[in-house]
Design a protein around this ligand. Structure first.
Ligand code: MN
Length: 199
């Protein structure tokens, strides 16, 4: 049985950038719902229970048809959100250091060039989805709760949830204000660790 992971910080810890109300709703309601629906799907296909979540998602196209879509949406939702909470930190913001910083500068000219391109791609997602920084430093997007690993790619270094449920309470329809605020809480230490682990 999959379980909702605890946050390593309080719901209110991200201050005005991502409010306590958004964090509480997003984690305890939305993420919990993905976990619950994923568990229910696995009750309907118990032969899949021995596989890791990552394995299920990497093989999503060959899952039994009766659970394929529900695992894609809710397994993807659980996977993406479990990372998303770690991609933010009350000690976040600022800029990355070391190898990650050097690679971003090499790819985008300077750190702000990377921020501008990631922001633009985040704003270009039509409807619900995610924007990713990949291990090759490219920036990609997916619709819904899809992850790059469903398409045979490596796991992303960083990801931003641009579903309205991630920002509507505070930012209404202003996704750009949400994205601009989010940069203040990005947990670069975790992103640097993921780059290191991907090599
Ligand atoms: Mn979300």
């Amino acid at each position: 049985m999959y379980q909702l992971p605890d946050l390593t910080y309080d719901y209110a810890a991200l201050g005005n950038y991502i409010s306590k109300d958004i964090m509480q709703l997003h984690h305890s309601k939305h993420h919990q719902a993905y976990v619950d629906k994923l568990n229910k799907a696995l009750d309907d296909a118990p032969e899949l229970k021995d596989q890791s979540l990552e394995s299920l998602l990497r093989g999503v196209d060959s899952l039994p048809e009766n659970v394929r879509t529900v695992i894609r949406n809710n397994g993807g939702g659980h996977y993406n959100h479990s990372l998303f909470w770690q991609w933010m930190s009350p000690d976040g913001g600022g800029q990355p250091t070391g190898e990650l910083a050097n690679k971003l500068v090499a790819q985008y000219g300077d750190f702000q060039g990377f921020v501008d391109e990631f922001t633009a791609k985040s704003l270009s997602v039509f409807g619900s989805g995610w924007c990713w920084l990949m291990p090759d430093l490219s920036i990609t997007t997916n619709a819904n709760q899809d992850s790059p690993i469903m398409q045979g790619s490596e796991a992303p270094l960083l990801g931003l949830d641009v579903w309205e449920h991630a920002y509507y309470l505070d930012y209404k329809n202003k996704r750009d204000d949400y994205v601009n605020a989010w940069w203040n809480v990005v947990n670069w230490r975790f992103v640097e660790q993921r780059l290191h682990d991907s090599e």
